[in-house]
Design a protein around this ligand. Structure first.
Ligand code: 5RP
Length: 273
C-alpha cells in the first residue's frame, strides 16, 4: 500500500486504537430529508468535533460543512435511485474522482447490492472506483446491503457481500451487525465497520450493538440515525466513542450517556430561551 493510501486510512481508523468513529450523514442521497437530518448543517455541526471522519455526499459537504473544520471526509460517490423509485440497487458513480480530489476527500464510498437486480452493475462500479482510487492513493469504502437486501441480514449473506467487496479491492467494508458476526469479519480480509441501521428503541441498544460488533472484530462504526435521531446526539456520539476508543463496557458507556445528557439538556434549554 502506498504512503498516501496508508495515510488516508490512518485518518479514518486511528492508529493509536486501531479503531474509528465515522459519522454517517449521507442518507439524503436516496431518502431525501430524513427525520432529524432535515437541515444538515444543524445536525452535523455539534457532532463534528467527536467524529473521526464524516460520510456524506458532495452536495451536503459543500453546503453544510465548514471547509475550515479539519474533519476527514468519506465521500459517497454512488447513487441514482430513490426510496420511491423502482429499484434502489440501480446505482452509478455520481461524482468523479477529479471532483473528489478537489474536495480533498480522505476516502470514497459506494454501495454494492449483492443478490439484487443490479448486482453486476454495482460490483463493476466498485471495481472501477477501486482502480481510480488506487491511481490517486484514495481508499474505497464499500457499503454492503441496503434496502431490500437488508432482509437477508444474516452471517451467510453478509459474509458473501463483504467478501466480494474485499475481493474487488475495497479497502474498508461497511455492513450491518448480525448474529455470528465474527464469521463475517473473519472471512473478510479488509477491516469491517458497522452501520447502526434504523434508530433502535433505546440508546443502550445501539451501544450494545456497537460493543458486540467490536467484540466480534469490527474496527469501528459508520453510524448515523442511532446518533443524530437520539434526543441527545452529542451525548450519544461521545458514548459510542467511549466504546470504540476507550474499550468502555456497555454499562460504562450508558452511564456516561446518562450523565452527559443532563448537560446537553441544560444547554438546549439555555439556548432556546
Ligand atoms: C446508507 C448508508 C448509511 O450511511 C448507513 O446506513 C449508516 O447510517 P445508519 O447508521 O443510519 O444506518 O450508507 O446507504
Amino acid at each position: 500500500m502506498g504512503w498516501g493510501m496508508k495515510n488516508r486510512l490512518a485518518r479514518i481508523i486511528k492508529p493509536d486504537t486501531g479503531r474509528g468513529v465515522m459519522l454517517a450523514v449521507d442518507h439524503g442521497y436516496f431518502l431525501g430529508p430524513t427525520e432529524r437530518l432535515e437541515v444538515p448543517r444543524k445536525t452535523i455541526q455539534p457532532l463534528l468535533p467527536y467524529a473521526d471522519s464524516l460520510m456524506l455526499t458532495r452536495g451536503v459537504l459543500r453546503t453544510s460543512v465548514d471547509a475550515n473544520f479539519p474533519v476527514p471526509v468519506v465521500l459517497r460517490v454512488s447513487g441514482g435511485s430513490s426510496i420511491i423509485g423502482k429499484d434502489l440497487s440501480n446505482e452509478k458513480i455520481t461524482t468523479s474522482i477529479k471532483e473528489a480530489i478537489r474536495l480533498n476527500v480522505t476516502a470514497l464510498a459506494l454501495s454494492i447490492f449483492v443478490g439484487a437486480q443490479y448486482e453486476h452493475e454495482s460490483l463493476i462500479n466498485l471495481a472501477k472506483l477501486v482502480d481510480e482510487g488506487e491511481e490517486h492513493g484514495i481508499p474505497v469504502l464499500a457499503v454492503t446491503a441496503v434496502g431490500k437486501e437488508l432482509e437477508k441480514r444474516d452471517a451467510r449473506y453478509l459474509s458473501l457481500a463483504c467478501r466480494i467487496a474485499a475481493e474487488f479491492g475495497a479497502h474498508l467494508v461497511k455492513t450491518y451487525y448480525c448474529e455470528n458476526f465474527e464469521k463475517v469479519v473473519s472471512s473478510c480480509p479488509v477491516p469491517v465497520i458497522i452501520a447502526g441501521g434504523p434508530k433502535l428503541e433505546n440508546e443502550i441498544d445501539a451501544l450494545q450493538l456497537t460493543y458486540d460488533a467490536l467484540q466480534a472484530g469490527a474496527v469501528g462504526v459508520d453510524m448515523g440515525r442511532n446518533i443524530w435521531q437520539s434526543d441527545f446526539p452529542v451525548s450519544m456520539i461521545k458514548a459510542v466513542r467511549a466504546i470504540v476508543h476507550e474499550n468502555a463496557s456497555v454499562r460504562e458507556a450508558h452511564e456516561l450517556f446518562s450523565q452527559l445528557k443532563n448537560t446537553e439538556q441544560s444547554t438546549k434549554t439555555a439556548t432556546s430561551v
